[in-house]
Ligand binder design. Structure first.
Ligand code: SAM
Length: 205
């Protein structure tokens, strides 16, 4: 799938990881620049806290995505931006996208929202940090969403998109971590089909 000689479809695996586990945050992605300084806010303590909360709910009943939304959104404006985007934009779509891509998926809040909104779609959630990707995957299991969300732990800038194209790319507060913007937008273009759309929420200068 990533760095391999044979391209594999992204959706074949529910959880795949090509990166070693690290407690140091991020290393250097293909986007140039050492990102470890900017990414240390993803502490193990925070991840444990979220998992503990989710497991407590799971002891009583099935975990709903709403149970997690105060904890699993690692961006500033909560769900309102992506929610208004999909609700407004989808009015003009002739058909709903069946394959969605979340770039820099964190622990999966946006991906799980997309899975609940587009109830037939499969979402590929790409996340760089192994610990985040693992929590993303475990929360999907508790929400019974493993069939709908494939977790790929990899540097988005290194993924080869061959036949695997997507109808919608979503990314919240992740593009700023990828310094090589021309490579980033090349990858976005490669990952989308001919009528694909992008929703990106981020800082820019
Ligand atoms: C601020 S968080 C946002 C997470 C998620 N989009 C959300 O809104 O909850 C940014 C995420 O982007 C991921 N990220 C940064 N660079 C990446 C890359 N090159 N490939 C994949 N993920 C990346 C980080 O590991 C981090 O989890």
């Amino acid at each position: 799938m990533v760095n391999g000689s044979e391209p594999e479809p992204l959706r074949e695996s529910r959880f795949s990881c090509t990166r070693p586990s690290t407690s140091q945050g991020m290393g250097e992605s293909a986007g140039d620049g050492d990102l470890s300084l900017t990414m240390n806010l993803y502490s193990k303590a925070r991840l444990s806290f979220v998992m503990q909360h989710a497991k407590e709910v799971a002891r009583q009943r099935r975990v709903r995505i709403e149970d997690l939304q105060s904890l699993d959104l690692l961006h500033y404006s909560g769900m309102s931006a992506v929610k208004s985007f999909v609700e407004e934009q989808s009015k003009s779509w002739l058909s709903f996208p069946m394959r969605l891509l979340d770039v820099g998926a964190g622990i999966g809040g946006p991906a799980r929202f997309l899975a609940s909104h587009f109830d037939l779609a499969v979402i590929t959630a790409v996340e760089y940090i192994p610990e985040q990707a693992r929590v993303l995957s475990e929360l999907n299991e508790l929400c019974l969403l493993t069939d709908r969300i494939n977790v790929v732990c990899a540097d988005f800038l290194e993924i080869e998109f061959h036949a695997e194209k997507h109808g919608l790319l979503v990314s919240q507060l992740s593009f700023l971590h990828m310094a090589n913007k021309s490579l980033l937008f090349k990858k976005c273009n490669e990952s989308l089909n001919e009528s694909g759309s992008m929703f990106v929420e981020d800082f820019y200068a």
